[in-house]
Structures are given as C-alpha cells and as structure tokens.
Design a protein. Structure first.
Length: 262
C-alpha cells in the first residue's frame, strides 16, 4: 500500500463492520470504511519497509479473512493494488475471472513500462540526465548558473541549476546525515509553481533511490524548452519538487524560463 492511496477490498458477501478490525491503525491509517461488500483502507503516510499491520475482516456469515497490510514493493516492478477481489473459494468462476483480469491488467502495465523505458533509452533528455547524474557535466551542453545548499537537519543538500540550448537542468546531491533510518526517494513533480499540479514533462535519472545513513546520492533532471511554454505561446517559470518516502517534500528547486538559451 502507498500513502494517501485508497485500496478497496471487495468480497462475495456483505462485511460485518463490528467484527472488522485494523489493529494499531491510529496515526497510520484513516478509519476503515466498511459498506456492503467492500472495505476501504487509506494509509495516511507511506509505511516503512518493515512496518506491517494485522487486518481482520469478518463477513456477515461469520467467515473470517485475516490479512497483513504492508507497504508497496520497493523493487523496480513493484505496484500498489487499488482494488482486490477476495473469494472464499479460489476455484470459483468469479475468482478465476478476477484472477485473469488482474493478470491481464498487470501485463498491460508491464508492457507500458517497457515501452516507456524504450522511449527513454532513445531520448536525448534522458541521455543528458544520465550524464549529469554520473558527474559528466562536461559531456553535456549545459553551463552551471547557480549553486546553493538548502538547510536541513537530517540531510546535506546541494542544488546545482544549469542553463542549456533549448533546455534547463538541475542536479540535486543528497547525503543522508540522519543516523536513524534510510532515506527513500518517492517521486518528483515539475509544475508551473509550488502550489499548482499542472504537471510538466521532464527527464530524471538518479544513481540510487535509497540512501543509508552516511550515503550520498544524485538526482539529475533535464527539462526541454517546450515544458516552459504556455498555451498562448508565452513562457513561464517552473518548480521541481522532490518527495521522500514519507510523502513530504525533501527539496524544491525553482527553474526559471531564463535558463533556456536560444
């Protein structure tokens, strides 16, 4: 499961709300929503890798289904289930049909990922981002415009902003100085300001998605000129936001349209 993403469990018969319990949910989950044949679970935040929560669901006929709620896989092909159909008999027609549909959906998702990876392999922006993430700035057309160190008590951060012909770029170097837990990359957004969710396209490469205490990692982003353009032909500044594993913003980077060299 992932933070702020609802997962729906659907059963063949109605669920008994009084006998359906999520143990130790306070502070980690919103209250369970039980209605008819469905149970809705919403984590408030991303669970830690080793964090598991027992869930007992009881149907009106007394049938019990014990579950273990855990975070999504951190492997490259991991996913988060949005709806899970639960059947008492795994050999029933509905169970087989649901299993087939789930398999087809996952196959489509994997195929789309493979196609996206193939497109990225042939993308100039992703090639530049790979070079930047590997410290090979001289092999790119970018020139550094700005360097600064945002203050953070648990992370040493260095942000480098670059200007390029028809493109802009940024390198974020992170060193985990918190000796209590690993740091995990969750996602990155590029928007037209720090409050908008008008997401713009960009290329991202990193050398590692998890930083153990004392470890350093690099995230490189390349943005094409087209991402700065508005529908009426003007250009606008953009904001890069990098989120860590608990769903909070780790660092925000302003990318001004003036970085684009003609």
């Amino acid at each position: 499961m992932s933070g702020q993403i609802a997962t729906v469990l659907r059963f063949e018969k109605d669920v008994d709300p009084a006998q359906t319990k999520l143990l130790g949910w306070e502070g980690r989950f919103e209250p369970l929503v039980v209605g008819g044949k469905t149970v809705v679970i919403v984590p408030i935040r991303n669970l830690d890798r080793d964090e598991v929560v027992p869930l007992l669901i009881t149907l009106v006929d007394g049938t019990e289904f014990p579950f273990i709620v855990k975070p999504k896989s951190f492997e490259e092909w991991g996913w988060t289930d949005h709806q899970v159909n639960v059947f008492k008999s795994p050999d029933s027609y509905k169970a087989v049909l649901a299993s087939l549909n789930d398999s087809l959906k996952r196959e489509r998702d994997l195929r789309e990922k493979v196609e996206r990876f193939k497109e990225e392999e042939n993308s100039v922006d992703h090639a530049y981002a790979t070079l930047l993430a590997n410290g090979q700035v001289k092999k790119t057309p970018f020139s550094r415009r700005l360097v600064y160190r945002p203050k953070n008590e648990d992370m040493d951060i260095v942000v480098e902003v670059f200007s390029g012909p028809g493109k802009a770029a940024a390198i974020v170097t992170l060193t985990n100085t918190y000796y209590g837990d690993d740091w995990k990359f969750e996602r990155a957004y590029l928007t037209r300001d720090f409050t908008s969710f008008t997401v713009r396209p960009f290329a991202l490469r990193m050398d590692r998605a998890t930083l153990v205490p004392g470890q350093t990692g690099t995230i490189a982003v390349v943005v094409d000129q087209s991402a700065f353009e508005t529908k009426n032909g003007d250009v606008t500044d953009l904001a890069l936001q990098i989120f860590r594993g608990d769903g909070l913003i780790q660092v925000a980077v302003a990318l001004e349209a003036s970085l684009i060299r003609r």
